[in-house]
Design a protein around this ligand. Structure first.
Ligand SMILES: *[C@@H]1O[C@H](CO)[C@@H](O)[C@H](O)[C@H]1NC(C)=O
Ligand SMILES: *[C@@H]1O[C@H](CO)[C@@H](O)[C@H](O)[C@H]1NC(C)=O
Ligand SMILES: *[C@@H]1O[C@H](CO)[C@@H](O)[C@H](O)[C@H]1NC(C)=O
Length: 360
């Protein structure tokens, strides 16, 4: 299995600052479950209150709630104290499932995964001119029809004379099919159905992605499957995050990354990634003339080996389920490197683009 990392090379120079995250005012949000910290932002940027505002049935207590949380008006736009909602999923969308990110096993804290552990992980299949097939990037299932991956995984296919032909779902051990896990004590086999290789109908890299931009801004692509995935215990979508899930709110959070990059085993493995300060990451990469933006996330892994495939998911465990925090974009080579965080596309920045791109 190969991968398409973006390399760190020192050329050119870029100034840091123009794209630093806008400062926002902290405030106390009063929501039915109590008082929580929040940020005073436009109501249109706040999924939590937009969900209430757009509900068909706005009650008097909803109106009161909106009034109590108003924190100003800026350019004719009502500002609300939007609760810090790392745990909340994105605003519902008719083409995205509400049943997502479910945990179907006992969570463990090692680097081995269980057979049902991350049923949204996908592998992107590339076909060479001679019909040879390889899996060189990862992805993540967000509905039965759509997979997210990195835009560089799409762009680099063309430059390597490869065509993206399918997506593999329901994979766990790349050396066997179907996959079985044997319980240590009972020796009973826990088997998954065979994996699903589903052809691609459409590739949608982000329109503003620029392959030659070394900072790899907008490194995100949607893949539309030619036919719906058959969902089961081993093939399930992950939940998308709220669009106001900010990078600085995630700082210090331990997230999970999984994939098949390990040289030591054909099985999916996982590592724990601690989200680093975006400012520190910007400073660090500025020394390489890379200009990290707020639409990206930086994280340091705890593992000795890199497991996540490019385009694969960085996952946040919240309220008994998994949310998609990021997509693997690039990192130091060799990987891992304790001094250089890996860089992810922050999916929360792209919720509107994702919603606007989905077709029935
Ligand atoms: C609207 O609100 C009322 C009172 O809270 C409730 O009885 C009714 O079921 C709600 N209707 C819908 C469609 O949610
Ligand atoms: C895993 O969990 C066990 C018990 O919950 C704990 O003792 C151990 O330190 C944890 N290991 C890691 C690597 O976090
Ligand atoms: C893409 O990025 C390169 C390098 O930063 C730049 O020279 C080029 O103009 C960009 N292309 C577009 C279409 O923005």
């Amino acid at each position: 299995m190969g991968s398409f990392p973006a390399l760190l090379v020192v050329v050119g120079s870029l100034a840091l600052g123009a794209n630093a995250q806008l400062p926002t005012i902290n405030c106390v949000s009063r929501i039915p479950s109590g008082r929580v910290t929040g940020h005073c932002i436009s109501i249109r940027e706040c999924d939590y209150f937009m969900r209430i505002l757009l509900s068909s049935n706005l009650s008097q207590s909803d109106r009161n709630l909106l009034r109590e949380n108003q924190c100003g008006v800026r350019a004719n736009d009502v500002q609300v104290c939007c609760p810090s909602t790392a745990g909340l999923g994105a605003l519902n969308h008719p083409l995205l499932p509400t049943d997502c990110g479910k945990v179907r096993w006992q969570r463990s804290n090692g680097t081995d995964t269980r057979i049902r552990e991350f049923p949204w992980l996908a592998l992107i299949e590339y076909t060479r001119g001679n019909q040879e097939k390889i899996h060189a990037c990862g992805g993540v299932l967000i509905s039965d029809r759509y997979v997210l991956t990195a835009a560089h995984c799409v762009a680099q296919a063309a430059t390597n004379n490869l065509q993206i032909t399918a997506v593999r779902l329901g994979e766990w051990d790349t050396s066997t099919n179907p996959d079985c896990q044997y319980h240590q004590d009972s020796k009973v086999a826990d088997c998954a159905p065979p994996y699903q290789d589903i052809a691609i109908e459409e590739l949608l890299p982000h329109p503003q992605y620029n392959r030659t931009d070394r900072t790899q801004i907008n490194d995100i692509a949607l893949v539309r499957l030619a036919s719906p995935a058959r969902l089961n215990d081993f093939v399930q979508p992950i939940c998308l995050p709220n669009k106001q899930l900010r990078a600085d709110e995630l700082e210090g959070l331990v997230t999970e990354l999984a994939g098949w990059q390990a040289r030591s085993t054909p099985r999916m493995r996982k590592s724990y990634v601690t989200i680093s300060s975006i400012e520190e990451c910007q400073r660090k990469y500025a020394s390489q003339q890379l200009h990290i933006q707020a639409s990206q996330l930086c994280g340091l892994t705890n593992s000795q080996e890199c497991y996540g495939n490019a385009g694969g998911p960085l996952m946040l465990f919240k309220n008994e389920g998994y949310l998609l925090g990021g997509l693997v974009s690039f990192g130091p080579i060799p990987c891992p490197n304790p001094d250089w965080p890996d860089v992810y596309t922050r999916v929360a920045s792209y919720i509107d683009w994702i919603h606007g791109s989905l077709k029935a």
